[in-house]
Ligand binder design. Structure first.
Ligand code: A3P
Length: 286
């Protein structure tokens, strides 16, 4: 359990984050036209996408990717260390955030920065978050899935409501510099989705370079190697159960939700997501 909670503008954050930094990011951080930003709600496959984008920039060569410290590869803007790095970084930047859109830098809205927004079936996000956050001391997380389930639906979990996050960021989806991707399509059609990312980033890779991107960002490789930020996170929190590569599948929620939970979730999901074309969300087919 976390020692204390940190709320900022009605959103729950890991308690190591600082309100003054979050405020400064929103009001003063200058987003540049050549920035590339990975945006996700936590547990949607963020680290997988970071791996893929880093490998695209290095044309599939893992040796050229910053590994020590791993967070410098795509600094996490709202973390104290990530913000510091970004303030001092020159040239095209690639960074990551879980921030809901209303807390993102105001300068973003008049910039041409590229955003990749990765979404995932919220049922899988919930299960993944439950297993992850209960190992993490900086976010208060109940031991029982049912309790976490209720908090998730109320939006009283790290980074607030999934539904609000989606609603906020999807308002940008018609923008030319915005690429909407889903974990499900990345799983199902990895190669063509990686090619789509290359096109969006205007990076031309040869087929054999794409092969390398796929190889080094595969679940197996990421789990067995320390290219991902896993090792540093485990060392930092001194908890070997912490992992960014747990199962790496779609539909794991079916192994954890009761029939009653699935029904409650469906009802709330339908109410909250009314009005969106279902084809935006591949998990609605399954
Ligand atoms: P599970 O807990 O369902 O396994 P994030 O990086 O946003 O914290 O997301 C973590 C989720 O992405 C975890 O989901 C993790 O297993 C999955 N993941 C990480 N790397 C992956 C990969 N190479 N392929 C598929 N899924 C991956």
């Amino acid at each position: 359990m976390a020692d204390g909670e940190m709320w900022f503008e009605g959103i729950l954050f890991p308690n190591v984050f600082k309100p003054e930094i979050l405020r400064d990011i929103g009001d003063n951080f200058v987003v540049k036209n050549d920035d590339t930003i990975i945006v996700t709600y936590p547990k949607s496959g963020t680290n997988w996408l970071i791996e893929i984008v880093s490998l695209i920039y290095s044309k599939g060569d893992p040796q050229q990717i910053q590994t020590e410290p791993a967070w410098e590869r795509s600094p996490w803007i709202e973390s104290n260390i990530g913000y510091e790095i970004l303030l001092n970084q020159c040239g095209p930047r690639n960074y990551t955030t879980h921030l809901p859109i209303q807390l993102f830098p105001k300068t973003f809205f008049s910039s041409k920065a590229k955003v990749i927004y990765l979404i995932r079936n919220p049922r899988d996000v919930l299960v993944s978050g439950y297993f992850f956050f209960k190992e993490l001391s900086i976010v208060k997380t109940p031991d029982k899935l049912q309790e976490y389930f209720e908090l998730f639906l109320k939006g009283s979990v790290a980074y607030g409501s999934w539904f609000e996050h989606i609603r906020g960021w999807l308002s940008m989806r018609e923008k030319k510099d915005f690429l909407l991707l889903s974990y499900e399509e990345l799983k199902e059609n990895t190669r063509s989705t990686v090619e789509k990312i290359c096109e969006f980033l205007e990076k031309k890779l040869k087929p054999e370079e794409i092969d390398l991107v796929l190889k080094y960002s595969s679940f197996k490789y990421m789990k067995e190697n320390q290219l991902s930020s896993n090792k540093q996170m485990i060392d930092h929190f001194k908890n070997k159960n912490l992992t960014f590569t747990r199962k790496g599948v779609t539909g794991d929620w079916k192994n954890h939700f009761t029939v009653a939970q699935a029904e409650v979730f469906d009802k709330i999901y339908r109410e909250r997501m009314a009005g969106y074309p279902p084809k935006l969300f591949p998990w609605e087919d399954s």
